[in-house]
Design a protein around this ligand. Structure first.
Ligand code: AMP
Length: 177
């Protein structure tokens, strides 16, 4: 377990941007955290230590910020990395799902057969807001016969109650507001 001071350091590198991308949204900008090697390490350590020995086969990272953390975690946990992408980006035949986010309607796609049947999967994104994106990713995993072991986030906006949308799934977040 990382100390409260260590986590506070990582939290200090998250910047609030009011009214982005639309009025009323307080955007949690992780670019200062990514620019700070210590803070980036802290976040990766905090997530990775929760899953060491849990036999994670694959990590599904959600475009675009989920790729950054998901890719680094896949390397640490010796798991495959599978991108869940916005429509029209993936070159091969894909499964697709549509859903609602905190501020928009969206669709996600994943290449067909990118999750082996019975695989243990971690869904990774930067922010848990209403939970729609993570739930949609889990639906894609389920379509392909994978089992979602947990949902993991750098930031959880707990007042939006995304955790309830993902219940009874396991939710792990590093920093909660
Ligand atoms: P949701 O589906 O509502 O849980 O929204 C999660 C997705 O939207 C994630 O991919 C986040 O990157 C993004 N997102 C939602 N709300 C915010 C926010 N306040 N700050 C930064 N990113 C957000």
């Amino acid at each position: 377990m990382l100390s409260a001071e260590t986590l506070a350091y990582a939290k200090s590198k998250i910047r609030d941007i009011p009214d982005f991308p639309t009025p009323g949204i307080l955007f949690k900008d992780i670019t200062p955290l990514l620019a700070d090697p210590r803070a980036f390490h802290i976040v990766l350590d905090s997530i990775a230590e929760r899953f060491i020995g849990e036999h994670v086969d694959a990590i599904v990272g959600v475009e675009a910020r989920g790729f950054i953390f998901g890719g680094a975690l896949a390397a640490r946990l010796n798991a495959s990395f599978v991108p869940a992408r916005k429509p029209g980006k993936l070159p091969a035949k894909s499964d697709r799902v549509s859903y609602k986010t905190e501020y928009s309607e969206a669709t996600l796609e994943m290449h067909e057969q990118s999750i082996r049947r019975g695989s243990r999967v971690l869904v990774v994104d930067d922010v848990l807001a209403t939970g729609g994106t993570a739930k949609a990713s889990a639906d894609l995993v389920a379509t392909q016969g994978g089992e979602v072991v947990a949902y993991t986030f750098v930031i959880e906006l707990s007042f939006l109650k995304g955790r309830a949308v993902l219940a009874p799934g396991r939710v792990e977040s590093v920093i909660t507001y």
